[in-house]
Design a protein around this ligand. Structure first.
Ligand code: ADP
Length: 218
């Protein structure tokens, strides 16, 4: 891959996290997920988490200056010096402008942006059906990849949990926030000829295999 920075763009439930994890293994550069960093800050009751918790549970975006600060901090660590993968950032045009400036300051060049396109009924099932094991982190979906025993983890038998923001009201607001604030980024990156479109309706391993091949030569 010529670019040092890879961005996964897509609606909630599009599979950004899953594909970012695969690409991180494939290209040997770290994955930075702003959603994960924020959820960890909430779980550890850090000041950052307290500020973000209500917004996240309601399905609204956390303020730009907060997430831009998180990204700048994370990117400053030495494991990011040869590049990194962003999952869930940028999500607004202001964040994209900040990122452009940050990459230039750090001499990291232009990013490569993968847009995962997924139909809205698939998105809804992925979000409402998502369950996670709080102990080992394994992710299930009651429609597409259910555990062997209802609501229990296959690995350790722990009762599965839904994410606090995977409820109906919050899912609706996250999809609205995506339409209004994040979708404009598709044009932003297309105009800069940095956009790579992918069919995100396919099975995750199929997408990952395709992307690994395509991105290697982009
Ligand atoms: P999803 O893409 O499934 O909605 P994420 O894990 O990426 O989930 O994000 C969860 C929540 O964290 C978002 O709904 C939002 O409140 C907050 N968040 C994550 N990344 C950003 C960002 N770049 N800008 C603003 N808020 C963010």
């Amino acid at each position: 891959m010529r670019a040092q920075v890879l961005i996964f763009l897509g609606a909630p439930g599009a599979g950004k996290g899953t594909q970012a994890t695969e690409a991180s293994k494939e290209f040997g550069i770290p994955q930075i997920s702003t959603g994960e960093i924020l959820r960890e800050a909430v779980a550890r009751r850090m000041p950052l988490g307290l500020a973000a918790k209500a917004k996240m549970e309601q399905g609204e975006l956390v303020p730009d200056e907060v997430v831009c600060g998180i990204v700048e901090d994370r990117v400053s660590r030495t494991d990011c010096r040869n590049g990194f993968i962003l999952d869930g950032f940028p999500r607004t045009v202001a964040q994209a402008v900040f990122l452009d400036d940050m990459l230039e300051r750090r001499g990291l060049g232009k990013p490569l942006v993968v847009n995962l396109q997924v139909e809205s009924d698939v998105l809804l099932k992925r979000l409402t059906g998502r369950r996670t094991c709080p102990v080992c982190g394994k992710i299930y979906n009651i429609y597409f990849s259910p555990p062997r025993q209802d609501e229990l983890c296959d690995v350790d038998g722990t009762p599965l949990q839904s994410r606090a923001d995977d409820n109906e009201g919050s899912i609706r607001r996250r999809l609205e926030a995506y339409e209004r604030q994040t979708r404009p980024l598709i044009d932003y990156y297309r105009e800069r000829t940095l956009l790579h479109e992918t069919d995100g309706n396919r099975e995750p391993p199929v997408i990952a295999r395709d992307l690994a091949g395509e991105l290697r030569y982009s």
